[in-house]
Design a protein around this ligand. Sequence first.
Ligand code: NDP
Length: 245
Amino acid sequence: MIKRFEDKVVLVTGGTRGIGRACAERFVQEGARVAICGRDADRAAQTAGEIGESVRGYACDVADPAAVDALFARLQEDLGPVGILINNAGLTQDGLLARMKDEHWRSVIEANLGGAFHACRAAARQMLKQRYGRIINITSIVGLHGQAGQTNYSAAKAGLIGFTKAYAQEVGSRNITVNAIAPGYIETDMTAGMGEDTVRALIERIPLRRAGLPQDVAAAAAFLASEDAAYITGAVLSVDGGLGM
Ligand code: NDP
């Protein structure tokens, strides 16, 4: 595999499992020094150890702005300034709107949307100083099309698309690109609770007739972070097997 990121420091938020872990693995294969974070220190350290020597695991809840600021200060010391930021940490708390608790609304918005805001703000100084940055926000097909039972998550993911386009305009002149990836149905812990019949019906609707793998999303993230994508900013790249067409 070509090593496109040998001189780069990458942070993948929510890198302990699923799509985030696959992104961390991909950037390591391509020569980067990688940091992952999750809410649990032991799990972050364990995953980092499993992936390899050039990965470090940190505890950080991205919904907490002070924790995110502290993480970036620590990364600057441990690895150097972050050049590539994958805002991947996310969670769902599904339910119909009429019965949705305030807490479920807030926690989903704060992790999925607030987390990206906190990380971009904390990364800004390091990226502006380098006059280089690649930010990739993991949104979702539901941010483009909505999903019943997920008003909170759909709002957060749609918000992330507006955020991506606005921030891309702010920092484009500094050689910082900001793009989003909108995955469709990807096999991870997040989707593991879906029933067999639901999954079968969903796959029938996917033109490529299979579930996505975390590695499919990681490949798109590596492309958007690479020099091949140097003239792409403010874009939303669907990685959904055609589901959202
Ligand atoms: P998983 O549930 O498998 O993994 C979620 C990751 O996010 C974990 O590493 C978890 O770490 C971390 N995380 C969750 N909340 C926080 C938080 N507040 N602070 C820090 N880390 C956090 O999900 P996926 O891999 O499936 O999802 C990754 C991203 O892709 C999410 O943003 C999701 O919304 C999006 N997505 C997923 C799709 C799918 O079909 N799977 C489709 C479209 C989008 P820990 O538990 O260790 O804290």
